[in-house]
Each structure stands twice: as structure tokens, then as C-alpha cells.
Design a protein around this ligand. Structure first.
Ligand code: SIN
Length: 284
């Protein structure tokens, strides 16, 4: 079986066909890893995986990440079901720009999302390239940003007052708000990717709540500018889903944002994460 790769603009995102994710040779796993590092977001159409097969594929890329604040599917503590029903009034899960679980001391390297039911309209996922966003800044600003440490927290969505905590019966996903969401974790604002060695702008509007070295107002202004910069159209790839498509993305250099636009239709996907390392910035 030969693997075919169709890359998106600027090589950010690629569709991979000619491979069966339930039956991979070691060399194919290596090939997928290399493609993932190069393109940051990979999609694989026509992959029929049950929960066990999704878990097994995830483990071929690395250990499972930790999944807080959302109840997993029964009998699979590492699989979340991203579900929205036709009549659900709350905003879609993941509908603001973020990098998955960036508030963890060791946030996940990868997220894997497998589409079970995709609406005929809407429900795309947008991805933003953190390498390109950083590279587009002036050299002076790059140098300045490298001196800063960003503060990350899960409080906006997952504290007891968080915006995901509400919704109650109207929400088909079970959110588990907690006081642990108030904890703050520091990460470099510019991150060196541990495998590619490239540098990425690494802040996101959901989980980055401040900057260690700056007063709150100054930090808020700078973060607002960086958030807006990092999701400019020139850095964004819009992913259109198909049922049975599986997507992998690299949280170490990519942000994403789920889109709505499918009220009246059901959307169901299953998600795992692959464990990552503590973010660092290599300056030498
Ligand atoms: C997520 O943020 O993990 C969900 C993305 C999506 O449903 O498109």
C-alpha cells in the first residue's frame, strides 16, 4: 500500500491516504510521525476505528495524555466524546482558539480526533500555525517575546464559574468543573519545538491569562495583540470534516478552534491526546 500526501498552502496541513490506521507497520508509523512534524495537522479520510483501535493507534504515537474536566466515554478513560445534538443551545465544545490543555505542566504533544457523525453544513475546525505567526514578527519583537513567560490556567472554561461549567441539561457533554482550574502554570511565551527545533508563538485566548513579567493591564494588551496576530487568515487552515476522517495535530505549534454553523444537526467525534513534555525555549 503506498501512502499519498496532499499538502495544504504553505505545507500547513496535509491529507494522507493509502494507509489503514488499524494496521500499521513500524515504518508507516515513522512516516506518519515525520509527516505530522512537517505539516503540523494531518487528516486521514475513510478510517473506520472503534474505541479500542483509536486507543491502539494513539499508543503507537506515544503514551496517553491526561484528560481533565470532561467525562470520558464509558470503559475508556482516555477517550472523550465531542458531541453536540441538533437542538443543543450551548456553543460548541472548543469554539474559542486554544492549544489543548496548555495549562498542564506537560501539555499534550498531539491531539487525535476521529469523526463519527459530521453535519452536512458547518462544524469545520480552524487551525493556526504558531511557527508562521512567530516568524512573521520583527526580529526585535521576537527577541523581546523570548524574555517573557506566559501564565496558563483552565479557570475561564473549567472553574465553577467557568463558561463550560454552565449549560447543565442542555449540554450533551459532561463537564467536570473544579477548583484545580484556578491553578496557574508558567510556560515560555515562545516555545522551541522539542522535535523540530523550530520556534513557535505559544499563547492562546482560552488558557493564557497573563504574563509573569508584566502588570495585568500591560499583559492583557500585549496578549490581545498576540492572540489577534496568531489567528490572522494567512496563518489559518480551515479543515472540512468527513465522517470516518481522523485528524492529528501538534499542540506544540498549533492552535485550533471548533466552528459552529450546524444547528439542527448532530456532530460526534472521539478524541484522545498523546502525552507531551514540559515546554522550553532554547536560546543558544
Ligand atoms: C477540540 O477543541 O478538541 C474540538 C475540536 C472540534 O470539535 O472541532
Amino acid at each position: 500500500m503506498s501512502v499519498a500526501v496532499a499538502a495544504e498552502a504553505n505545507d500547513f496541513g496535509a491529507t494522507v491516504s493509502g494507509v489503514d490506521l488499524t494496521n500499521l507497520h513500524d515504518s508507516q508509523v515513522e512516516q506518519i510521525r515525520a509527516l505530522w512534524l512537517k505539516h503540523q495537522v494531518l487528516s486521514f479520510p475513510e478510517q473506520r476505528l472503534n474505541h479500542d483501535q483509536l486507543a491502539a493507534f494513539t499508543l503507537q504515537l506515544g503514551a496517553f495524555g491526561l484528560e481533565p474536566y470532561v467525562a470520558p466515554v464509558r470503559d475508556h478513560e482516555h477517550i472523550l466524546e465531542i458531541r453536540r445534538e441538533p437542538d443543543e443551545a450551548v456553543q460548541p465544545f472548543g469554539a474559542s482558539w486554544h492549544s489543548d490543555w496548555s495549562f498542564q505542566p506537560e501539555p499534550p504533544a498531539a491531539t487525535i480526533l476521529h469523526a463519527k457523525i459530521i453535519p452536512p453544513v458547518g462544524g469545520d475546525t480552524l487551525y493556526a500555525d504558531g511557527y508562521a505567526a512567530f516568524a512573521a514578527l520583527s526580529a526585535d519583537e521576537q527577541d523581546y517575546l523570548k524574555t517573557l513567560r506566559a501564565l496558563h490556567s483552565a479557570r475561564r472554561p473549567y472553574s465553577h464559574q467557568g463558561y463550560q461549567a454552565g449549560g447543565g441539561d442542555q449540554r450533551s457533554m459532561t463537564i467536570l468543573p473544579s477548583d484545580s482550574a484556578l491553578e496557574i502554570v508558567e510556560h515560555p511565551l515562545v516555545r522551541t519545538h522539542p522535535e523540530t527545533g523550530r520556534q513557535a508563538l505559544w499563547v492562546n485566548a482560552v488558557y493564557t491569562v497573563g504574563i509573569k513579567e508584566l502588570d495585568e493591564d500591560v499583559a492583557s494588551q500585549l496578549l490581545a495583540r498576540l492572540f489577534a496576530h496568531s489567528i490572522e487568515d494567512r496563518f489559518v487552515y480551515r479543515h472540512r470534516w468527513q465522517t470516518n476522517m481522523l485528524t492529528i495535530w501538534d499542540n506544540r505549534c498549533v492552535q485550533h478552534c471548533a466552528q459552529g454553523g450546524y444547528d439542527g444537526h448532530r456532530r460526534v467525534l472521539h478524541r484522545t491526546t498523546v502525552a507531551g513534555d514540559r515546554p522550553f525555549l532554547r536560546t543558544a
